[in-house]
Design a binder for this molecule. Sequence first.
Ligand code: GDP
Ligand code: CA
Length: 352
Amino acid sequence: MSPTSSATAPLRIALLAGGVGGARFTRGLRDLLARRDVPAELTVVVNTGDDMWLDGLRVCPDLDTVMYTLAGVVHEGQGWGRDSETARVSAELHAYGLGWPWFTLGDLDIATHVARTELLRRGLPLSEVTARLSERWEFGARLLPMSDQSVETHVELDGGSGASDGRRTVHFEEWWVRLRAATPARRFVQVGVEDARPAPGVLEAIAGADVVLLPPSNPVVSIGTVLGVPGIREALRATSAPVVGVAPIVGGAPVRGMADACLTTIGVETTALAVGEHYGARSRGGLLDGWLVDTADADSVPALAVAGIEARALPLLMGDGVGPDGLTATDAIVLAALDLAGVGSRVAPTAA
Ligand code: GDP
Ligand code: CA
């Protein structure tokens, strides 16, 4: 499946990512390629549907999670936000009755939002702002917002309860963080998506890639949102690169977060098989050539083959503990994805 031109040309990998799942997978990929001296160009197309204005600042949760993770400054326990963080500014803002009391922005994090907001105010598009913010960290990957236009995921609440003040529609972050996705969502609305265009470089990265990877990000409100930007789904279908994904669902449950609530809303079962089928086989108008499932879901491999998707089963919990083979769990997932994409030989360990 590999369309590579020469062994020394950089391996061009495009990824579509949400926050924590996308960030950790991308970090694992970048680190493995570096350890094996594989020249590579990584482009991460990040969901911006969770973005919002808060306390006068433009906050881009998934872009920041990916940036902080790749930069090595993320709060590892949380998976998002800065390490060694304080919240004095947020406390002051809350004392003025501003912000969301259930949503704390850390002080170091606020500096990112101030910088972003200032650059946006100067008229730079989000893609350029993102490049400017990333420059400082030199983390060896290019981050692109899915779009320079604002596309915000809103959640139409189902049932009687709604938000406490009677609102029927809330921003995705309010549903996720304050309501913990416990109030059922009738539907997700991508506000602004009709007028959105892929950010400069997004379509080119997908079309020019040797491999396209879908990390284990939320299939509905992360990857699904990116795919909603007109042109991105079509680019994935059209690229000559193989497209390989990693299931975010293990043994019928999300590894972290409430992706099950999102899947229920769009009528997809919370299984690795159903998510694979939801993306569909590229040979049949869908998106995937290959799909990694956890060993707990190994029995779905034949059904995925019937659906036209080549699947492999291996442990899919990302982790940093080094096994007897010298690989972390994340390394093994990355290698399996690259192998399924037909470029495994390019990342084989070099003979000593
Ligand atoms: P968010 O924007 O921070 O919610 O992050 P993403 O959308 O990128 O990732 C969330 C998804 O990643 C959830 O559905 C999790 O189940 C999945 N996830 C997180 N950690 C792991 C892991 O170690 N392995 C797998 N297979 N999935 C994971
Ligand atoms: Ca997110």
